[in-house]
Design a protein around this ligand. Structure first.
Ligand code: PEP
Ligand code: MG
Length: 904
């Protein structure tokens, strides 16, 4: 018999897959002896069964009955009893946190009879009726799918009729009247009464939580966060404790450290006399933990003790949800908390100083994508500024965009290429699409733990929240600050690191982390405040550790001396790919055109001679910049048509000239050119005359490049330098192709060396970017000193996807349909393309055990792919200069992960 239900006393924190994050951590806290209200968890497996069959397994209902009876016996109360009712909450909780995406229903067990029992037992009529109206409201919206406004509008109406602003100012009579209005609304929308039977309420709520796994917004969130769609959610049934029992009660959320900056010290938001989601919904502005200390020193002290215990136990920043019921503290949730990129680095480094984790663990707690976020520019502090107001710095970054006031507009404007800032009074989970589309998010209400803040931090998106002076009016699509009005479409700038909001577009400057990466710690510390200095030092510490740990070397893809210089300052240990075609595009394109179209050997030699000088200069400069480090020069690769004039344009030009009756040498030349272009035209140029094929079919072309390179190297040698070049042949499919190029290259190297009286040698290798090359790597290795995996072309040719077209035509639908969760051009398709890399690496090493293996496709800078290349045993990755720091960090993390996996 499958066990679908676990008591909180049964599980632990490592059972997230089965019990969801919330359930696993509730069990862990119970095990630690922390004050958790008793309850039980329904497994994710039950949810998967429910979703597959459209109904809960029969056995689940039985197991819920058993768990419920045990709970009732333990507490001496019955669910929904008319005298002393046990009430429970029903809360979702998947293996991965999905803040605000799924459902919660509180106060299950209340009905027309038990509300009176609750009133009597608590001695507080107002509390009992407030709890009942909350149940109908939440149940109505979540379980019965009645639009939320039906209830919130009625609540607003009740408040305005009474002339009060806050829910807490409604008295028993008002709440009783509201309950009647709510029940009428339920009858009107559903054609039946609000269910009075407690167990029926419970079962319906459980099913609703299961269903909430598949709402559009939850699916969208998972796609974005790359959470598999099939996992399902667990459901936690927990004894209710009440934060709405008057002023000595309340509810809050807290972090053991500041999740925005990583600063040490507890941080939290508290609302007295409130329940459940009131805190994160940003409905009323919250109090700080210091305020709580004033209000209730005993609970505050106990809370801090619990938080310290949790942090010591989890050895990481924890976030918690708690409730104080008449002076008694209850823990409702904990988890390792989300944090900004800056906080991640600072916390990891601080925890090492506190001897809670090792440097290896610290490195595993930060990621390349977090580092990439820290490299984004910031607002220029010296620029003139038009400060409108300040909110809370909820998620860092500098966002500039046009103000929009709803999610749909944010999406529509962003789709047409506008930068937008989504301005809301407060956000709710339905705003997710707009939040994704916007450059930044600005809210008037809510603290650092509000929905907007939590979700923005999770997405790495700039967010300022709780800007109280901001009066947001959705109807007129304006936001006012005193007499200043921001209209929809006005440009604003928000600073998620300071909370500042500016009118107009502020200029941006490099971030201190970027300055550190390019120019070192000292340069980044000039004028830095403590926070910035702490961040720079933490990044430096962790990146240095990654460099010490990694096995993969990190090279750059760079075509110019300027790129190479930048790459070198960012830690490149060589150039893994110099695409020489970039040296021939632009003005120099016609020179190649002349080589390709030459009518005679003499004409071609003349054109080649003109190129030789230019190439030699390019290579000399590059070798000089990278002196002492390997530089892989790839011989010409791109498809032929990139060097020839556009066929249509040329045809039109000739046709117009003929129509005008023109004649003369220009028209003759154009006609000749057009005939050649027509002759060389290809249907699939990416699969045509490119790479080694172009080299073998165009006499002298590769020879020119090898000669230029050899002469540049001689020049450097004679100048006392240390040039280390490698010659790389593109698009090889057969070892014969490589032999032909290699033989010629070796001859030229020897000639040039002899002519200059130096000894010259260079590794000659190939790209592995065609499936045939990968599958015959054991033979290709005979003629190659190294392999560099061209995973861009290898992905294109393995999938049969045209890399220039398919992302705009096919990928959106494929991502939507779940064919893949990320583009295979971004992250290596380990099962297919990756398999070819594994085969080629293995076969290559079988023939030549010390053959050097690298990768120079875009995947060389992608975190997940870097871990794959580490596992596959490659020697280096090569990527764009700006991705080098990310690659260094991830290569270090990959080494640590592999080590801990092998020692486990
Ligand atoms: C590749 O194909 O992965 C590669 C690096 O070469 P290019 O992108 O220039 O085709
Ligand atoms: Mg390629």
């Amino acid at each position: 018999m499958t066990k679908y239900v676990y008591d909180f006393t049964e599980g632990d924190k490592d059972q997230k897959d089965l019990l969801g994050g919330k359930g696993a951590n509730l069990a862990e806290m119970t095990k630690l002896g922390l004050p958790v209200p008793p309850g039980f968890t329904i497994t994710t497996e039950a949810c998967r069964e429910y979703l597959a069959h459209g109904s809960a397994p029969g056995e689940l209902r039985v197991q819920v009955t058993m768990a419920l009876r045990q709970l009732e016996d333990h507490l001496g109360r019955r669910l929904g009893d008319r005298h002393d009712p046990l009430l429970v909450s029903v809360r979702s909780g998947a293996a991965f946190s999905m803040p605000g995406m799924m459902e919660t229903v509180l106060n299950i067990g209340l009905n027309d009879a038990s509300v009176k029992g609750l009133a009597e037992e608590s001695g507080d009529d107002r509390f009992a009726w407030d709890s009942y109206r909350r149940l109908i409201q939440m149940f109505g919206k979540t379980v019965l799918e009645i639009p939320g406004e039906v209830f919130s509008d009625a609540l607003d109406k009740a408040k305005s009729a009474k002339g009060v602003a806050s829910d807490v100012d409604l008295d028993v009579d008002d709440l009783q009247a509201l309950v009647t209005v709510f029940k009428d609304a339920v009858r009107q929308h559903c054609g039946q009464d609000f269910p009075q039977h407690p167990r029926e309420q419970l079962d319906m709520a459980i099913d609703a939580v299961f269903d909430s796994w598949n709402t559009d917004r939850a699916r969208l969130y998972r796609r974005r966060e790359r959470i598999p769609q099939h996992l399902g959610t667990a459901v936690n049934i927990c004894t209710m404790v009440f934060g709405n029992l008057g002023s000595s009660s309340g509810t809050g959320v807290a972090f053991t450290r500041d999740p925005a900056t990583g600063r040490t010290g507890a941080y939290g938001d508290y609302l007295a006399n409130a329940q459940g989601e009131d805190v994160v919904a940003g409905i009323r502005n919250t109090l700080s933990l210091d305020d709580l200390k004033e209000l209730d020193p005993k609970s505050h002290k106990q809370l801090l003790k619990v938080m310290r215990r949790l942090e010591t136990h989890y050895r990481d920043l924890c976030d918690i949800e708690f409730t104080i019921e008449r002076g008694t503290l209850w823990m409702l949730q904990t988890r390792v908390g989300k944090r900004t990129a800056a906080a991640a680095f600072r916390i990891a480094s601080t925890l090492v100083d506190e001897n809670l984790i090792t440097m290896d663990e610290a490195l595993s707690r930060v990621s390349g994508s977090q580092l990439a976020l820290l490299m984004f520019p910031q607002f220029d502090r010296s620029a003139p500024r038009d400060l409108l107001t300040k909110g809370m710095a909820a998620s860092p970054g500098a966002a500039v965009g046009r103000a929009v006031f709803d999610s749909a507009t944010a999406k529509a404007w962003a789709d047409r290429g506008e930068h937008v800032v989504l301005v809301r009074r407060e956000t709710n989970p339905d705003d997710l699409e707009g939040m994704i589309a916007a450059n930044g998010i600005l809210t008037a209400r809510g603290g650092k733990t509000s929905h907007a803040a939590v979700v923005a931090r999770g997405m790495g998106k700039t967010c300022v929240c709780g800007a109280e002076e901001l009066d947001v009016d959705n109807t007129s699509r304006t936001a006012r600050i005193g007499s200043i009005v921001i209209n929809e479409g006005d440009e604003i700038s928000i600073d998620g690191s300071t909370g500042e909001i500016f009118l107009g577009a502020m200029p941006v400057v490099p971030s201190p982390v970027e300055t550190y990466l390019e120019s070192g710690v000292e340069a980044a510390l000039v004028g830095a405040d403590d926070e910035t200095a702490g961040l720079v030092r933490a990044v430096d510490r962790l990146l240095t550790h990654a460099d010490a740990r990694r096995r993969l070397a990190v090279r750059a893809n760079a075509d110019t001396a300027a790129d190479a210089a930048r790459a070198r300052s960012l830690g490149a240990q060589g150039i893994g790919l110099c695409r020489t075609e970039h040296m021939f595009l632009g003005d120099r394109r016609v020179l190649i055109e002349r080589v390709i179209l030459a009518g005679s050997a003499a004409e071609r030699d003349e054109a080649l001679a003109a190129l030789l000088t230019l190439q030699r200069e390019d290579f000399t400069e590059l070798l000089d910049t990278m002196d002492g480090l390997p530089v892989t020069i790839r011989l010409l690769d791109p498809p032929l048509h990139e060097f020839l004039p556009d066929r249509t344009e040329l045809a039109v030009k000739v046709a117009l000239a003929e129509a005008r009756g023109d004649s003369g040498p220009e028209l003759d030349a154009d006609r000749k050119l057009l005939a050649a272009v027509e002759r060389l035209h290809e249907s699939n140029p990416m699969l045509g005359l490119r790479g080694v094929r172009l080299g073998l079919l165009t006499p002298g072309l590769f020879a020119l490049q090898v000669r230029a390179l050899s002469e540049a190297a001689c020049h450097q040698l004679l100048a006392g330098k240390d040039p280390r070049f490698e010659i790389m042949v593109p698009l090889v499919g057969s070892v014969m192709e490589l032999h032909l190029v290699r033989d010629e290259a070796e001859r030229i190297l020897a000639d040039v060396a002899a002519a200059n009286g130096v000894s010259l040698s260079a590794p000659i290798g190939t790209m592995i970017e065609l499936p045939r090359a990968a599958l015959t790597a054991h033979r290709i290795a005979d003629a190659a000193d190294f392999f560099s995996f061209g995973t861009n072309d290898l992905t294109q040719t393995t999938w049969g996807f045209s890399r220039d077209d398919v992302e705009s035509t096919v990928f959106a639908a494929y991502l939507e349909k779940g064919v893949f969760t990320i583009s295979p051009f971004e992250t290596i398709d380990a099962d297919g393309v990756g398999r070819l890399v594994e085969i080629a690496a293995h076969e290559g090493r079988t023939t030549k055990p010390h053959i050097k293996l690298g990768v120079c496709g875009e995947h060389g800078g992608d975190p997940e792919s870097i871990h794959f290349f580490h596992r596959t045993g490659l020697d280096y990755v090569s990527c764009s200069p700006f991705r080098l720091p990310v690659a260094r960090l991830e290569a270090g993390r990959a080494a640590i992960t592999a080590r801990s996996a092998s020692s486990a």
